[in-house]
Structures are given as structure tokens and as C-alpha cells.
Design a protein around this ligand. Sequence first.
Ligand SMILES: Cc1c2[nH]c(c1CCC(=O)O)Cc1[nH]c(c(CCC(=O)O)c1C)Cc1[nH]c(c(CCC(=O)O)c1C)Cc1[nH]c(c(C)c1CCC(=O)O)C2
Length: 345
Amino acid sequence: MSKIFVDACFRRPTPYTPVWMMRQAGRYLKEYMEVRAKAGNFLNLCHNPELAAEVTIQPLDIVGVDAAILFSDILVIPNEMGMDLDFVKGEGPKFSKPIKSEADLDSLIGGEEAASKLTYVYETIKILKQRLPEDKALIGFTGAPWTLATYMIEGEGTKTYNLSKKIMYANPEFLHKILRKLTDVIKLYLEKQILAGADVVQIFDSWAAAIEPARYDEFSWKYMVEIAEYIKNKYPHIPVIMFPKGIPSFIERGLVYGNFDVFGVDWGTPMSLAKEKLGSKYVLQGNMEPCRLYSKEATTACVEAIQNLMQGEGHIFNLGHGILPDVPVENAIHFVNECKRISKK
Ligand SMILES: Cc1c2[nH]c(c1CCC(=O)O)Cc1[nH]c(c(CCC(=O)O)c1C)Cc1[nH]c(c(CCC(=O)O)c1C)Cc1[nH]c(c(C)c1CCC(=O)O)C2
């Protein structure tokens, strides 16, 4: 049986435009909160394949999306490379010893050794392969090297990225060394996710917009393209989705190139701009502003506008970033139903 989501990634005909939501497994679902409580905390949940598989499936059953995204976090990579990670309640992720020197970087494991430590991720995928309905796709994912590097250097989320950018401008070779090490782990990590059963992979460059356009290719995009190239060369039947957040000016300047299938459009980028500049080359995914989910009317209006623009084009519905924890579940269901209703052929 074909999977509508994979078909859409390759521009094959589909009965309607498939839909999923970034961060679709999460705190807006009471069922998620129950399983997280059972696990004890968020990282334990990521480390427990049985429970991680359970929360991965929840949005399919409850909200009706067309694809499941593996439940994990982008930060499990640096964690398994040897960086001590904690999720502090109300504050987000924290590494106790951020990278400050080359010696700190050299102390981390890399390559096959690091990728092999993420066994719980591959186990989760194997369980999901058995449980997911045949017509639903499973999306594996990774953080982009740049986005992961910012957390490893800053030690936590940041508004200014000053430590990362100090290295970018004052010691660029060192930043490249960090990005190289991450890129080499990520290629193997995505490959192992595919071998375990992921049908699609997405690369999240959540902090793309922190880099000035003139430096974006050098410090982020070219590494993402290298990862996509590695996957597409070996697994051409696996769609690769790139999601660089907040880069309309980079799109305008032609900084988007490379061998991948789907471009994830964030909510701050006009879909019309993405369509004009990228639509002939890539299927576009997105891009409703996630806060529209607070209003059913605002949701329907946006889905209609996107559908009017993307009718007949390669398109997948999604939010333009992650769903927030206080969105009413019925509004998320409304979004998914409206995408299907309005795009039905
Ligand atoms: C930057 C980033 C992270 N993690 C991720 C990104 C890239 C996507 C994006 O830009 O949003 C990716 C991610 N994180 C999570 C998923 C699971 C799959 C899904 O999308 O449903 C995915 C794909 C679960 C999660 N990752 C996290 C949660 C919340 C943990 C909890 O309290 O249960 C979940 C469900 C924690 C997390 N993880 C991260 C932060 C900053 C936080 C804290 C912020 C928050 O609490 O929402 C890092």
C-alpha cells in the first residue's frame, strides 16, 4: 500500500494534501502527559523505546495526521557524544559542560562510535514499523549541525548566540571542526534510522536565522546539503526534508540549493516567495503560523489561503514551527480535518 505522505514528497498524485504538525507529540495532549509521568521525565521517555513509540503514535490516533514523527529530541546526539544533558523544568535543555576549547571537543566521541550509542532511537523505530498502519509514514529526524552546535557551545537556548558567533568570527576553523564532527555523526545517525525503518527524514535547522545571510552557506547550509547528498546517494527512495527556520532573505538571495526533496517553509516566510523561488525544484511543506491554532476561524482562513496558492503544486500541509503546549486538542484536530477537506480532489 502506498503512503500518501511519501507520494506527496515525490509529487505523485494523492487524494488530498497530506498533513502533519511539527512537535505533534507533546504537552498539548493529556495522553502524552500521562506517559511522560510514567517515564519520570522527558529524557527517560526518549530513552524508553516502548513508551517513545506509544507517544509517537498518539497524534495519529487522536489528531489524524498522515505521518508520525519519531519521538526523541535533536539533543540526544550531543548527549551520546558525551555531553551531560538535563531538561530543566520551565527552562529547557541544559548541558552542564558546554564546549569551550578544542580539548573539550576532542574529548567527545564521534562517527560510528557515537551513532551506535543511539540504539534506543533505532529500537523505537523498529517497534513503530510493526505498529504503524501501512498507509502512514514514519519520519526520522536530526538537528542540523549548526543548530546542535549552538546548544553545545552556549550550553542552553540563547537569544544572542554570542558564544557561538564569537567562535564563528574569531576562530572559524574551530567552529568548522565542531560542525564536521557533528556532520559525520549525523550522516550515520540518519542512515541507521533509515535501516531501522524510517520512511522519510527531516533536518531541523531551527536557529538558521541566527547567522547573517553572507555566512549561512559556509556555516550551516553546505553541511546540511552534504548530509542530504549522502542520504540521497544511498537511499534515493527516502525523501529528505530540509527545515531551516526564519530565512526569507536567504531564499530571496538564492542561498537554497542541493539534492533533497522537500523544503519546510517556516511561518515567517511568505509561501508565495517560497513558491516563486523554490516551488519548481522542491515540494514545499508548511506553513501556518502555529498560534493560529488558538482560533478555528483563523485556522480555516489560513488553510484556505495556502490551498489557493499551492493548488496543483507539490505541497504538504504543516505548521510553520512547532505546536505550543496550551493549544486545545480540538483545534489541532480542526486544522488537520480542514487541510484534508479543503484540499480534497
Ligand atoms: C530546537 C529543538 C529541540 N528539539 C527539537 C528541536 C527542533 C525543532 C524546533 O525548532 O522546535 C526537535 C524535537 N523535539 C521533540 C520532537 C519530537 C517529535 C515531534 O515533533 O512531535 C522533535 C522533532 C520533542 C520534545 N522536545 C522537548 C519537548 C518538551 C519536553 C516535555 O516537557 O515533555 C518535547 C515534547 C524539549 C525541548 N527540546 C528542545 C527544546 C528547546 C526543548 C524545550 C522547549 C520545550 O519545552 O518545548 C530542543
